[in-house]
Design a protein around this ligand. Structure first.
Ligand code: F6P
Length: 515
């Protein structure tokens, strides 16, 4: 990572480290005006960061030196940025508004995208109109679960009640058995969502759901109630899903970037096609901004560079997400996968070891509940975690005084982290050091469009950070070893064959469970 740009940042860090943000605010009352970006319904104030104009200038210089503008172009143009899997990462094509061609291996993929979207739209409209179903269960895990679940929860108040959505992901069958207890099999549509159609948890749960349907309604009807979303349609067919009930997507859509594809079928069914389109359009607006805004005014770029500043110079190891929105309760799990599966790596794009610090731990919880859980740590703990506050100006409900207090709390927490407070004499436990950074993202209101923008913002932030660290953000080899070992251990447990070759700790756990 070392270059003349980083050497300048090293030197500059020495100056900024010694400064307090409150002094920067005192010296420059306009700071919040120019350290903020407004994009349609999304406003982001990043003035409460340990930066000055020079920091931003140097970070942008570093990004230029790392050829970030070419990387952004390469992303949109479908260059094979996923080097280990030799494929592009083209989630942006799924939400592009026009039909501008985009080639993968010499073949324009846009007509195919439009054709699947048309099939999805027809299916969604017909299924909703038929009123045959009351429940939709999405079976999938990771990227085949987290996005749809997060969106359906966030927009629940804006759904028209056609479907009750359910999400089954875990190998732990407690959620499965609880869900089945709530659903009438004759009125339940089951979507098996798996890019690979080989994921253990998903296929295992699909078997259970299929058997549950067949038991209740017989095989022929059960087959009409089974849908698959996958990049391996041939495997879904082998599994027994009818061809016309299989919605494909493509290997150039990464799992954690896939909710814009047919993976979003549960969203479209539950929210209706118009809202699914709004989600895509919000993301497209963020794409447009990311592709065209100069680096210093480019929100995903600015947030990413600030994250690098903290990770690589201040050595902050985590980033806290605090949506002041219970409707965004599944945003943090979603962002954990997006960020940590993308950038939790130390091998560079050319296979070389990456020397510096890479992806932070992403954690958090909605406020105000979070204030009664871990804000003590944020204010007075030894470590520092930058915080993203996310809130919306207008609520969906009529309890305006509650919403006012919610926003007051979010703003107050960001202010407290900034300013801190001197302890009264003799009461050191009441000392707040302050000088702790945060961003504040304010949506006009939480709806499909603004949510689409917000998610695309974080997708691009993660991409930029991965690029700056020299990583390929689009593979996830780190999940493989555990999967392989689990399959061996499951065989040992189920066959009763003595385990061998394990360390003594693993061996003794296997023995205890086998007893
Ligand atoms: O956790 C590994 C992973 O491959 C994720 O990247 C992916 O989102 C998830 O498993 C599910 O994979 P699939 O959609 O192939 O079932």
């Amino acid at each position: 990572m070392s270059s003349s740009a980083t050497a300048k940042l090293d030197k500059h860090y020495g100056i900024i480290r010694a400064m307090r943000m409150v002094d920067l605010f005192d010296a420059d009352p306009q700071r919040a005006d120019y350290m903020s970006i407004s994009l349609g319904p999304l406003y982001c104030d990043f003035s409460k960061n340990r930066i000055d104009d020079e920091t931003l200038r140097l970070l942008v210089e570093w990004a230029q030196a790392q050829k970030l503008p070419s990387a952004i172009q390469a992303l949109f143009a479908g260059r094979p940025l996923n080097t280990t899997e030799k494929r592009p990462a083209l989630h942006t094509v799924l939400r592009q508004t026009g039909d501008a061609p985009c080639e993968v291996a010499g073949h324009d993929v846009v007509p195919n995208v439009r054709q699947v979207q048309q099939r999805m739209r027809d299916y969604v409209n017909a299924t909703r109109a038929s009123e045959r179903y009351r429940h939709v269960i999405n079976i999938g895990v990771g990227g085949s679960d987290l996005g749809p679940q997060m969106v359906c929860r966030a927009l629940r108040g804006q759904a028209d009640g056609h479907f009750d959505p359910h999400f089954i992901s875990n190998m732990d069958a407690h959620p499965l058995s609880e869900t089945l207890a709530q659903c009438d099999p004759a009125k339940t549509l089951v979507i098996i969502t798996s890019k690979s159609f080989t994921t253990l948890e998903t296929l295992h749960n699909a078997d259970k759901l299929k058997a549950w349907l067949v038991d209740a309604v017989g095989e022929e009807v059960a087959n009409q109630q089974l849908v698959a979303v996958t990049a391996k349609p041939e495997l879904a067919e082998q599994y027994g899903v009818q061809t016309d009930q299989i919605f494909p997507f493509w290997d150039w859509v990464g799992g954690r970037y896939s909710m814009w594809s047919a993976v979003g079928l549960s969203i479209a069914l539950v929210q209706g096609w118009a809202q699914f389109e709004q989600l895509l359009q919000g993301a497209a607006a963020m794409d447009e901004h990311f592709a065209s805004a100069p680096l210093e005014a480019n929100l995903p770029v600015v947030l990413a560079l600030l994250g690098c500043w903290y990770r690589n110079w201040f050595d902050y190891s985590s980033h806290c997400m605090a949506p002041y929105e219970e409707r965004l309760e599944f945003l943090v799990p979603y962002l954990k996968q997006l960020d940590m599966e993308s950038n939790g790596k130390t091998v560079g794009r050319a296979g070389e070891p990456v020397g510096g610090k890479t992806g932070p731990i992403i954690w958090g919880q909605p406020g105000t509940n979070a204030q009664h859980a871990f804000f003590q740590w944020l204010h007075q703990g030894r470590d520092i975690a930058p915080v993203d506050f996310i809130a919306s100006k207008t609520p969906e409900h009529d309890y305006l005084d509650s919403h006012r207090q919610l926003l007051a709390n979010a703003i107050a927490q960001a202010e407290a982290l900034l300013t801190g407070k001197q302890a009264p004499t003799g009461q050191p436990h009441r000392q707040f050091d302050g000088n702790r950074p945060s961003n504040f993202l304010l949506l006009d209101e939480l709806n499909a469009y603004s949510l689409g923008m917000l998610i695309a913002l974080y997708e691009h932030k993660v991409f930029v950070q991965g690029w700056m660290w020299g990583l390929n953000s689009f593979d996830q080899w780190g999940v493989e070893l555990g999967k392989q070992l689990a399959s061996t251990i499951d065989y040992e447990l189920s066959s009763g064959q003595a385990a061998s070759g394990h360390d003594c700790s693993t061996q003794s756990l296997i023995n205890r469970i086998s007893e």
